[in-house]
Design a protein around this ligand. Structure first.
Ligand SMILES: N[C@@H](CCC(=O)N[C@@H](CSC=O)C(=O)NCC(=O)O)C(=O)O
Length: 279
């Protein structure tokens, strides 16, 4: 593992590391913010999943999360959004291939050779972070758009791995919108039954009721250019209403799909996660 960036930030340090991923069979980069508290004690970790076209850089340079992570003593890990490199399958379009891994394990060629972002985020990356940094195994997960879909799906599929989950402008029902339909067709094939276990709204319907399910905290801008076509939060709202799944969906007038929206509310999300991670 190799450190490629380090910057003092709010009393802690923002770093970028590169390592060889076994799950993805390629070199990967991730950002990690280590608050000053991590010099003395193991700190809980928030995993952030970015959206289409992003690398590990977008969140760490645009969201302004470090101020709040420093305040709450939370480590924030921001991985890249897909496997990378010349040997990794790619597409011309921005919403498939590199930069568009959709946080799933692909089953269809040519994608299945490297696109195993679920296993990377849920298993390999926490193992590495908890071994190499002063990080505890108390984990939370959040993300934006494609990464919001990833955060919801990974938390719903792996309830024992995360103490809390939140999302900004998530794709809540990828099996029903163009971004998800084209990606799932490529990565998972034509059989829509195979898509269900990667769709947050479907998972809400199929997840057995448990007493301690963490609330799904979702923030959505009402001026988001993708709201009606790709995000459709009303589909998650309906699934949660039907099954009694706890959802806190907050709609914000005037906010679009950009990092200006994320920067406006990331402090509240980190406070939400910090409260769950303290217990
Ligand atoms: N057509 C756009 C689409 C790319 C885009 O809007 N990406 C968002 C995430 S969208 C859903 O996952 C993003 O986070 N962009 C990076 C940023 O720093 O804003 C395009 O290609 O420009």
């Amino acid at each position: 593992m190799q450190k490629v960036e380090t910057h003092a930030c709010f009393g802690g340090v923002q770093e970028v590391w590169q390592h060889r991923s076994q799950a993805l069979d390629c070199d990967m980069r991730f950002g990690i913010y280590l608050p000053s508290q991590a010099r003395e004690a193991r700190c809980p970790v928030l995993y952030w999943l970015s959206g289409l076209t992003c690398t590990e850089q977008n969140f760490i340079t645009k969201a302004g999360a470090q101020r709040y992570a420093a305040e709450h003593g939370v480590i924030v890990v921001a991985p890249d959004t897909s496997p990378r490199g010349p040997q990794v399958a790619d597409a011309e379009r921005y919403d498939l291939g590199q930069g568009a891994g959709f946080y799933l394990n692909a089953t269809h060629e040519p994608w299945s050779a490297h696109y195993r972002m679920h296993d990377y985020i849920v298993e390999e990356l926490p193992r590495l972070v908890e071994a190499q940094f002063n990080a505890s195994d108390a984990r939370a997960i959040s993300g934006h758009s494609m990464g919001g879909h990833g955060a919801l799906v990974l938390a719903l599929r792996n309830p024992d791995r995360y103490r809390s989950v939140s999302a900004f402008s998530p794709i809540v029902a990828p099996a029903q919108v163009p971004w998800g339909e084209q990606a799932f067709t490529a990565y998972l094939g034509d059989d829509r039954d195979a898509w269900r276990s990667w769709d947050a709204s479907e998972l809400v319907r199929s997840t057995p009721a448990q007493a301690n399910r963490p609330v799904l905290l979702v923030d959505q801008g009402e001026a988001d250019e993708f709201l009606a076509t790709q995000l459709r939060p009303e589909l998650l709202e309906a699934a949660c209403r039907e099954t009694g799944y706890p959802l806190r969906l907050r709609r914000h007038a005037g906010y679009d799909h950009s990092y200006y929206f994320i920067a406006s509310f990331i402090g509240e999300h980190i406070a939400h996660h910090a409260a769950a991670l303290r217990n």
